[in-house]
Write a protein that binds this ligand. Structure first.
Ligand code: ADP
Length: 293
């Protein structure tokens, strides 16, 4: 059994990005710049955005954090997005979700110029991904592809069972694993809350990608010997022995499933750490005009 080390992979990717930024600087080019819009004071969102800004500094990117109170109007947000769309300095930007209820999230996401949409949430990028064109891939699916690629995991002709059909993980993952490329060329089954007999499907899987948010949903009896298991679930469960009062648990019953696997991601330390690296990678690609060439 080989552990898919997301932390190590994320650090390697960030080092590659930092080296490229150093080159750009040395050649007198413009350093990539990421902006983030944060609305409100939700603890999780503040932490995520802060980490993204810190990561920018680590690799040598410029960064801008735009903060609003919870009562910001949709118009104010849309006008800031317009400003960032037109900015010569900002190569890519993100709007941290979730947004307050009085704001139409879809409208906000669609206001972002697809060429600067480094979260890959704009329908233009989703559509390009489905059509097999270059696009900004959402960070989690992009990170999973990197793990598969960097560990040289075979995907062609394999049966990949994706569990969960969210717009940001399960659905894009199912499309990417089926596309005619590496990683891809897999036969894909997409399971979700209406799936009858989930275990029937997972037992046939060479590759399982679980993105559900139910701790321990995937048990050892549901997994074939030698399977590759990628766990995207990160649910906070109470843990009095931790300073934070909680710990993260994946969708997979790791202790019992791991011995059966050829490869498996731990939680934490698997897919999670890759998301920031892939956001930086998307920003670099935006700056290099790689996606919309
Ligand atoms: P994420 O952002 O990690 O993808 P979401 O909460 O947006 O998470 O999506 C969870 C997904 O998990 C949904 O697509 C839902 O259909 C799926 N799901 C929920 N419960 C089950 C279940 N018991 N079996 C299989 N899939 C499930």
């Amino acid at each position: 059994m080989i552990l898919l080390d997301g932390k190590k992979t994320s650090e390697a990717i960030q080092q590659e990005i930092a080296a490229e930024v150093a080159d750009i600087k040395a050649n007198g080019g413009k350093v990539p710049h990421l902006a983030a819009i944060l609305v409100g004071n939700d603890g999780g969102s503040v932490t995520y955005v802060t980490n993204k800004v810190l990561a920018c500094e680590r690799v040598g990117f410029g960064s801008t954090l735009v903060r609003y109170e919870d009562d910001v109007t949709e118009e104010e947000l849309l006008s800031k997005i317009q400003e960032l769309n037109e900015s010569k300095e900002v190569d890519g930007f993100i709007v941290q979700l979730p947004l307050p209820k009085h704001i139409n999230t879809q409208k906000v996401l669609e206001a972002v110029d697809p060429k600067k949409d480094v979260d890959g949430f704009h329908p233009a990028n989703v559509g390009r991904m489905v059509a097999g064109l270059t696009s900004f891939l959402p960070a989690t699916p992009y990170g999973i592809l990197q793990l598969i690629e960097r560990y040289g995991i075979e995907t062609s002709g394999k049966h990949c069972v994706v569990i969960g059909r969210s717009n940001i993980v399960g659905s894009p993952m199912s499309i990417l694993m089926a596309k005619a490329a590496y990683p891809g060329n897999a036969t894909v089954t997409l399971c979700h809350r209406n799936t009858v007999d989930l275990a029937y499907h997972t037992r046939q899987a060479d590759i399982i990608i679980a993105a559900v948010g139910i701790p321990g949903l995937i048990t050892a009896d549901m997994v074939k010997e030698g399977a590759v298991v990628i766990d995207v679930g990160t649910t906070r469960v109470p843990d009095a022995t931790r300073k934070s009062g909680y710990r993260l648990r994946g969708d997979v019953d790791f202790d019992n499933v791991a011995p059966k696997c050829s490869y498996i991601t731990p939680v934490p330390g698997g897919v999670g750490p890759l998301t920031i690296a892939m956001l930086l990678k998307n920003t670099l690609r935006a700056a290099k005009k790689e996606v919309y060439a």
